[in-house]
Ligand binder design. Sequence first.
Ligand code: NAD
Length: 368
Amino acid sequence: MTRFKITVLPGDGVGPEVCREAVRILHALSVFYGNEFRFQEKAIGGAAIRSHGTPLPQSTLDACLDSDAVFLGAVGTPEYDHLPPSERPEAGLLRLRTALGGFANLRPSVFFPALADCSPLQRSRVEGANVLIVRELLGGLYFSQPRGFDHDGNVASNTMRYSTAEIERIARIAFEQARQRRKKVTSVDKANVLETSQLWRRTVSRVARDYPDVALDHMFVDACAMHLISNPARFDVILTENLFGDILSDEAAAITGSMGMLASATIGGAVNIYEPVHGSAPDIAGRSLANPLGAIASAAMLLRHTANMPLEAADLEAAISQVLEEGHRTSDITSRGKSQALRTNEMGAFVEQAFVAMLDRRFSYHAV
Ligand code: NAD
């Protein structure tokens, strides 16, 4: 019997190429266990403008709301750059995120020893780095009112506002995540200057009392930006508000060496969204050059956060490490002269092979 309904939104550019590989892996798992997942594909972004005249058709939204999880490729295409922002492909994704209500964005950045050459940081600095950024996604400067320009357009303002309830719910997610990891939360704010940060710090400290097994420290955002580059291995979970998280998560991404490696999950709303961090990469779209590992790692997050399959999620992450250790590379992570770049689907096939072998081993171990 099917347990999980997944709506797949391939989107634009390399979105369909990397989505296909993530779905291939989930499909392999589904076959292995006997039809665990059912997939339905819907249009979003530029593809939806072409087929439905709008970046988020009602049929797509309805399907997403009726799913256990949404898996997204990427949206955005230069073809629609001339449209006003509210009609562009990206507007469809923003509307979808708002409608599904996920307030916690989880972005892991993991250093793979096999990719040490690709990181812009020295190996000695990034060795052992494995950071999870938990970013508040629906509040703060990006959403609070009032905002806008004054009457002659010469003054503009935005508001950073947070309530105790908004801080508490994201803090609980960070502490729960830390419990599954190395049990350390670093809460990042600017409490020496901002009242919102003072409320943030006070609230996070109070919530921490419910998690005595998790260590909490506080850090100013400017110091955090510096430590992420100089000693990323000191962090386990970084908890922060919307704007700081936006900036710090891109900085942490540098650890991995390629945008194509990064996964994300948006949780806490009606339906979780899983997607690689990268965009539609129009410069390489349609040529099978995209690295599918960020999308595949997002599928691992789906196994962990929606399907409650932590062992299989860990197997999939181990399968990704294994193919990298074996020297398999797409062009974005190829060191010059060292190995030949694989096509997107070839990389997906290697991960599938390694993953199914791990599932097989787990299954036979339990069978004896
Ligand atoms: P991008 O992430 O698409 O590309 C940045 C660089 O990374 C490019 O050089 C690209 O070739 C490379 N890259 C990205 N994904 C890769 C992969 N899987 N494998 C190998 N290389 C990869 O960002 P951009 O160029 O700033 O934006 C392009 C479009 O994507 C824009 O329309 C933007 O609005 C959209 N976008 C969408 C999302 C999303 O859907 N969540 C996120 C970011 C950007």
